[in-house]
Ligand binder design. Structure first.
Ligand code: IMP
Ligand code: MG
Length: 174
């Protein structure tokens, strides 16, 4: 099946929003250090751009998870495919995600990270699809709330494609 990608958020809009979130985080964490945890692979483009905009000291770590369940519906039980390299105990942690959809993956992940006793734990997502929420998740920093459409770009994929688009687009099928 052929698909097309229609621009939803331009590169300029995304970059401007990331700059603003970076400034907000820099203010909120003044006098502290911030430890960013990127949820691979989708969060990687966002985390790199965001980290460049943060002016307090930043350290980075990466985690990869997959949710048990069918292809289209996450069960909420998350398997850690790649765990963090470093401890988060006592650190001011921000989890960086590409998109919050049902909320299942992140609510599970946040509970698990809380058990590791960080000094603080916040969530930052580039995109939020509030209409799709099944499990409540408290989001501290949101790039954009978007309608219930399947989107790609800026780290988000369709069948592993389009992650490298510098904008956010809606996938349309012919
Ligand atoms: P959930 O919040 O547990 O339903 O899962 C969120 C995950 O589903 C995200 O981290 C993405 O990997 C994936 N996802 C949800 N919506 C989209 C989309 O519109 N495009 C690409 N991936 C998506
Ligand atoms: Mg993801």
């Amino acid at each position: 099946m052929a698909e097309r990608v229609r621009v939803l958020l331009t590169e300029e809009e995304v970059d401007a929003r990331i700059k603003a979130i970076g400034e907000q985080i820099s203010k909120d964490y003044e006098g502290k250090e911030v430890h960013l945890i990127c949820v691979l692979k989708g969060g990687s483009f966002f985390m790199c751009e965001l980290a460049k905009r943060i002016t307090v000291p930043v350290s980075l770590d990466f985690m990869s998870v997959s949710s048990y369940g069918t292809e289209t519906k996450s069960s909420g039980v998350v398997k850690i495919v790649k765990d963090l390299d470093e401890t988060i105990m006592g650190k001011d942690v921000i989890v960086i995600e590409d998109i919050i959809d049902s909320g299942r993956t992140l609510s599970y992940l946040l509970e698990m990270l809380k058990d590791r006793k960080p000094a603080s734990l916040r969530l930052c997502t580039l995109l939020d699809k509030p209409d799709r929420r099944v499990v409540d998740v408290n989001i501290d920093y949101t790039g954009f709330a978007i309608p219930d459409e399947f989107v790609v770009g800026y780290g988000l994929d369709y069948a592993q494609k389009y992650r490298n688009l510098p904008y956010i687009g809606i996938v349309e099928f012919d």
